[in-house]
Structure formats: C-alpha cells, structure tokens
Design a protein around this ligand. Structure first.
Ligand code: ZN
Length: 193
C-alpha cells in the first residue's frame, strides 16, 4: 500500500528527483536512497555554502548567536531531499542526525498534501481539464509550504519557523531523538548491570 504514496507524489517527485540529481552533480556527494527518499548532501565549501565565492553562500543562515552556518536540509518534494554538509551522515535510523529526522517528517507531510492534490487533479481531469489537473496535482507539496508560511505570517508569527509544518517537524524530531536517547540509556543500563 505504501507504494500508492509514490504514485500520488509522482508529479512533484519527478521534479524533486531531477533537482536532487542536479544539486548532487554540481555541488553534492553521497547520493543515496535513504529510507523512502532520494537524498544527497552538499560538499563542504561548495558554492551554496561558501560566502567567499561569487554569489555563493545562499544556503547559509545565521544561528542564534549570529554565526553563519548551513541549513540542515531541504525537502524539495515528498521523496527528494538535499542536506547541508554533514559529517558522518549514515543511513541507520538509530543514528540519524536531527536534520534527517526533520526532513523525513516533511516527507510524510508532503505525502498527505500530494494525496489531496492528486484527488483534486483527478476531478479536473474528469471534468475535461487534464492540463489544469496535472498542474494542480504537481503543486500539492508546494501549496503545503506556501500556505503554511502565509498563514503563519497572517497569524503574526515568523513565516518559516511559525508555520504548522515546521512546528510539527521540529516537535517530531525532538520526540524521536528523545525516544532514541531513552532507548540507548536503557540498553547501556542493561548492558552495564
Ligand atoms: Zn523544515
């Protein structure tokens, strides 16, 4: 049944996979299939994360202390992700970094929106508007971002951090890391007794 979510996400994923392949070819490394998404990560000192290169550094942000650092990652479509430069990023859920938990939460959110846009797209096709249907279907995941940021801004919150999908992704990441840390502590205690 899970495969059906690849079908409903396919229009957005074809664009997302193409973008991941381009990012990997130009500035990336570590192209792989990670759980349910095609992913790569930016190389250290590559153009998107280098302020000293011409027009470079567009994938950097300021942290709370004002230092420039790369974003953790971006989910381009439900099953297409690229990460900032990370050391030791591995494909084991127990050892996933916070960025991996975070982006894979966007995968699940994106799947939800693509189911909705797929259904609406089919309605357009049935009413004789196949091109509109295809566009609406493809834009499901994009609508998640755009409407999440817009409604946060209308509520008077920061558009990015205040959006429901970001709040959810940060909370899920915290919970996942908490559960994994508790399990590790338990294992250590049992191993040590
Ligand atoms: Zn996010």
């Amino acid at each position: 049944m899970r495969a059906a979510l690849y079908l409903t996400s396919l229009s957005a994923d074809l664009l997302g996979w193409l973008a991941v392949l381009i990012i990997w070819a130009l500035w990336g490394e570590g192209l792989r299939w990670e759980h349910d998404a095609l992913v790569c990560q930016l190389k250290r000192a590559s153009w998107p994360v280098s302020k000293d290169k011409w027009l470079g550094g567009w994938y950097l942000r300021r942290d709370q202390s004002g230092n420039l650092k790369p974003w953790g990652g971006t989910t381009l479509s439900p099953h297409a992700i690229f990460y900032g430069p990370h050391r030791d990023m591995v494909n084991l859920v127990e050892e996933w970094s916070p960025s991996q938990h975070h982006e894979h939460t966007h995968t699940k959110q994106g799947e939800v929106w693509q189911v909705a846009s797929f259904v609406v797209g089919v309605v357009f096709v049935l009413h004789g508007h196949p091109i509109t249907g295809a566009i609406v279907w493809t834009l499901g995941y994009t609508c998640m971002g755009a409407s999440g940021w817009t409604s946060a801004w209308l509520r008077g919150l920061p558009a990015y951090r205040g959006s429901v999908h970001e709040e959810h992704a940060y909370l899920v990441t915290e919970r996942e890391l908490g559960i994994l840390a508790a399990a590790r502590r338990l294992r250590e205690r049992e191993g040590g007794s």
